[in-house]
Ligand binder design. Structure first.
Ligand SMILES: Cc1cc2nc3c(=O)[nH]c(=O)nc-3n(C[C@H](O)[C@H](O)[C@H](O)COP(=O)(O)OP(=O)(O)OC[C@H]3O[C@@H](n4cnc5c(N)ncnc54)[C@H](O)[C@@H]3O)c2cc1C
Length: 412
């Protein structure tokens, strides 16, 4: 059997390695000059290759189309991923949140293992080679090959099986430019609208953007649209020159559709999540006691990071130079409310250029979950981010790539 794998990212490499285990002739086509360009960037260059959680937790961290991944995960789960790399000489370590990294802290070592395995399994790797068309047999309708473009020359390759692993649309400079979606759409396969996800929020408010560089740990975050709660969580948030980012914001973005980024989308930060409203009020009273004769603006430095004080004061409407001893109970209430629910108007996100993943892709109803084969075109398989399934941060998106790649590779 001749197998063509389209895309040399984690899903494509895993699929090719697995397919080659069945004595098939396997060809892997990658349009970049090297394999795993995005994989190299993962985990800030350290590659959070999976998560050492239980299988239940693995499923719980899938944001879209969890059930679709049952066969893929049960066939090759996170412990299999760790074993796969350990057995081939990559030592791994487990960090905060059970995130798994190579001991070396180098994503390049993960890529090295995969490249070596491709070589050992005699996979033919074609770099700088873009697949420009998928071919089907006129009579049976099943897949019959691909057309590739290399050095401005096109060539037809005959194949019995084609695995599409061309990724999503985020970080397009890494090669994930969405071109694979066009190839499958041309065969009548449905592609669900692609949207950036795990993506920072933008906010066109100087009072917010001037806090750039400030990190808030252990804060609560709610995101709502027209008073409907879309997300509520707890963690770390970062102010940037364009708005807000950090793990909490990226997670929140998985609950927001592109159409929500219009008027009325708001984030509320609970700056004092460990304290109830009443406890916070008592705490402020104590602070105010100590600063009775100071200006309001000079009384908040124990309560807030310096970069936030001006923005909070502005929101309270209390004059910055008002003496603390003349602040009324009502004014203190307003301050408490703002600290428990600091409002930020969100006007958009940073788009595919800065999104960690793409939501959307080949519809799961068009794919057989136990094989990853297309229901419409026999011999056509899918793996990785190009499928309409995605997960939270923590190594789960790469686990989707390994698991679906492994299943697509071994399915006949
Ligand atoms: C900055 C960043 C950090 C991340 N960190 C993590 C992390 O630490 N842990 C985690 O789990 N996930 C992480 N992710 C997500 C993870 O990288 C992706 O989910 C994963 O790379 C998807 O793998 P894939 O093989 O499906 O697609 P990709 O990695 O996108 O690979 C697809 C490949 O297909 C090639 N291709 C596309 N079209 C064609 C064509 N027509 N012909 C030939 N080749 C083609 C592309 O050039 C590309 O190399 C991160 C993502 C980003 C952007």
């Amino acid at each position: 059997m001749t197998v063509c794998v389209v895309g040399g990212g984690p899903a494509g490499m895993m699929a090719a390695i697995e397919a080659a285990g069945y004595n098939d002739k396997v060809m892997l086509f990658e349009q970049n000059e090297k394999l795993g360009k995005k994989l190299f960037l993962t985990g800030k260059g350290r590659c959070n290759l999976t998560n050492a959680c239980s299988v239940e937790e693995l499923f719980a961290n899938i944001a879209t189309n969890r059930k679709f991944l049952f066969s893929a995960f049960y066939g090759f789960d996170n412990s299999e991923t760790i074993r796969f790399f350990n057995d081939r000489g990559l030592e791994t370590k487990v960090e905060r949140g059970l995130r798994v990294f190579p001991v070396s802290d180098h994503s390049s070592d993960v890529i090295k293992i995969l490249r070596r395995e491709l070589e050992r399994k005699n996979v033919e790797v074609y770099l700088n080679t873009k697949v420009t068309k998928l071919l089907t047999d006129e009579i049976s309708g099943s897949i019959s090959g691909v057309i590739i473009k290399h050095d401005n020359k096109t060539k037809q390759i005959t194949a019995d099986k084609v695995i599409m692993a061309t990724g999503g649309m985020s970080y397009p400079l890494t090669g994930s430019d969405g071109s694979g979606f066009g190839l499958v759409e041309a065969l009548g396969i449905e592609v669900k609208t692609c949207e950036p996800s795990l993506v920072p929020f933008t906010c066109n408010d100087k009072d917010i953007t001037c806090m750039q560089g400030l990190t808030l740990k252990n804060v609560g975050l709610c995101v709502s649209k027209d008073d409907k709660m879309l997300y509520s969580g707890f963690g770390e948030l970062l102010f940037t020159h364009f708005g807000i980012s950090g793990p909490l914001v990226l997670t929140a973005s998985t609950c927001i559709r592109q159409s929500d980024y219009r008027k009325g989308l708001k984030a509320f930060i609970d700056l004092k999540s460990a304290l109830s409203f009443e406890e916070l009020d008592r705490r402020i009273l104590r602070d105010f006691e100590e600063s009775r004769n100071k200006n309001f603006s000079n009384s908040l430095n124990k309560l807030l990071p310096a970069k936030m004080i001006t923005a909070v004061i502005k929101k309270t409407g209390i004059p910055a130079d008002k003496k603390v001893n003349s602040i009324t109970k009502e004014e203190r209430n307003i301050l408490c409310r703002i600290l428990k629910s600091f409002e930020i108007k969100i006007d958009g996100n940073r788009g595919f250029d800065e999104a960690i993943i793409t939501r959307g892709g080949v519809g799961v109803s068009d794919i057989v979950p136990s094989t990853m084969e297309s229901r419409k075109i026999k011999g056509l398989f899918f793996a990785g981010e190009m499928i309409d399934t995605d997960a939270l941060t923590g190594g789960f998106n790469l686990q989707i790539a390994w698991s679906t790649g492994h299943l697509a590779g071994r399915s006949r």
